[in-house]
Write a protein that binds this ligand. Structure first.
Ligand code: FAD
Length: 463
């Protein structure tokens, strides 16, 4: 649907040979995006400090068995748990596609999970290896949360941070520093978004967001209704079906009359969306059927959230669209000092973050030039109006699923790197088709071994 947006990616600027400006840059977050940014910015010669509020690197990929005090995650006073991983999670992309472009995600000496779609621990191991092999750890301040990021009068950035380690004496440990630039890499799978259901206030059952799902056992013998149709709903419904009495999946994307028993399960159904919730515990679906449910699990995604960011109203979040942002990265008025890595969704995140980081590094040093503020704003406005013409809500702005590889290739050309490998693009598309054809077994049964062979051949230069 958004394919017509592709040609508007402006022609690349030629990387210049002008002298580079080296800057002091703060990176917020040491997940995949922050690690990629740290490597690329240092490669460019910038002075980098990475702030990470967790006790280790890896972000989302650090599984935490505990859950938040508010199961739907709406209470602003709750103790926030960053990761949304569940115990059984395996990647939904094959290793070859998922890894950074020049640091293949292959089975390594220290691997404990040799599968092509490994479990989450293997991804964390890979990210830790990445940090170690590129010697990034010395730049990272662990257990240091950024609480305020604000622009100063001279265009530089003040970064206020707080030590959050368990071993502190209980006092506040704040620090305020000034940087030439800041790169925001704080992730966007922590702040839950929940579905609105008419009548929900009177409904007596339990509600939970998938952010707080870890293991299936609490749902033993229960009737569970999941809302959503993306990867988490797909996995969690199957996880729970093994122990629950009934599992009903309500998907907004399912046509109004949908009521289908899921093949291979005698206790799982796909429905159209929930129409209403009732005081006696009943949930009525748009297909006319109903279920007397114990639990509603919202697998309805997340909100972008930057509680620390003060741009004096220049960058805002409107219907989950962060803007205005040129190429999902730079707010024209604050470029290049402020940038965001990793915002697009329906993408292959690691290579995308890597290419975005290369671009940010080049723009910060002046090796790569940005268009003027006016040109950047025109580009953003054109995208907004094209979405409006296509009837797409603003919250789909960062969904670049239909043109992610064109976007990646544009970034690569922009900073003088080769385009994303052809086999990676084909493998991504094969994986998508296989998932539809074999929803239960796509992670263990595939037809693209010829692409795996090409990938392994390509990887030889990096291994
Ligand atoms: P994160 O990994 O979330 O890292 C952000 C970091 O910022 C965290 O370490 C956090 O502690 C830190 N931080 C936040 N706020 C502050 C602050 N104020 N101060 C200091 N530090 C801060 N991707 C795939 O490629 N394959 C998959 O199979 C896949 N499966 C997924 C399954 C689930 C359930 C989820 C939620 C995501 C999945 N993803 C998958 C996407 C995944 O989010 C990306 O792979 C990637 O981990 C995103 O990295 P990030 O650095 O942008 O964010």
């Amino acid at each position: 649907m958004l394919s017509s947006l592709i040609p508007r990616l402006l022609p690349p600027s030629v990387p210049s040979s002008a002298p580079r400006t080296l800057r002091s840059v703060a990176i917020i977050g040491a997940g995949a995006a922050g690690l990629a940014a740290a490597r690329e910015l240092r490669r460019e010669g910038h002075g980098v400090v990475v702030f990470e509020r967790g006790a280790e690197v890896g972000g989302t990929w650090i599984y935490n068995p505990t859950v938040e005090s508010d199961p739907v995650g709406l209470d602003p006073e709750r103790h926030v748990i960053h990761s949304s991983l569940y115990a059984s999670l395996r990647t939904n992309l094959p290793r070859e596609v998922m890894g950074f472009l020049d640091y293949p995600f292959v089975v390594r000496k220290n691997s404990e999970d040799f599968r092509r779609f490994p479990g989450h621990r293997e991804v964390l191991r890979y990210l830790k290896d990445f940090a170690r092999d590129f010697d990034l750890c010395g730049m990272i301040r662990l257990e240091t949360e950024v609480v305020r990021l604000a622009i100063e009068g001279d265009g530089r950035w003040s970064v206020r941070s707080r030590k959050v380690g368990k071993d502190l004496d209980g006092g506040d440990h704040y620090e305020e520093e000034i940087y030439d630039g800041v790169v925001v890499c704080n992730g966007h799978y922590t702040e839950p978004r929940i579905a609105h259901i008419p009548g929900i206030d009177a409904w007596p059952g339990q509600q939970i967001h998938s952010h707080n799902y870890r293991v299936p056992c609490p749902f033993y013998d229960q009737v569970v209704v999941l809302i959503g149709s993306a990867a988490s709903a797909h996995d969690i419904s199957r996880d729970i079906a093994g122990v629950a009495k009934e599992v009903h999946v309500a998907a907004r994307s399912a046509p109004a009359g949908t009521l289908v028993k899921q093949p291979g399960y005698d206790n799982m159904w796909l429905h159209s969306m929930i129409e209403s919730a009732h005081e006696d515990g009943t949930l009525v679906f748009q297909d006319g059927s109903s279920a007397h449910a114990d639990v509603i699990m919202h697998c309805t995604g997340y909100k972008y959230h930057f509680p620390f960011l003060d741009t004096k109203g220049i960058v805002t979040i409107d219907d989950n669209c962060v803007g205005p942002l040129y190429k999902h990265i730079f707010p024209p008025k604050l470029a290049p000092g402020l940038s965001f890595i990793g915002l697009p969704w329906k993408v292959v995140p690691f290579p995308l973050c890597e290419l975005q980081s290369k671009w940010v590094a080049g723009v910060l040093s002046g090796r790569v030039t940005l268009p003027t503020q006016i040109e950047m704003m025109e580009d953003i406005k054109a995208l907004y109006s094209e979405m409006e013409v296509n009837g797409l809500p603003k919250r789909h702005f960062h969904n670049i699923g239909n043109y992610q590889f064109e976007y990646d290739d544009w970034l690569a050309t922009e900073c003088g790197y080769p385009a994303v490998e052809e086999w990676r693009k084909l493998m991504y598309s094969e994986c998508g088709k296989n998932k539809i054809a074999r929803p239960e077994s796509y992670r263990d049964d595939w037809n693209d071994d010829h692409l795996v062979a090409q990938a392994m051949e390509d990887f030889k230069k990096f291994l």
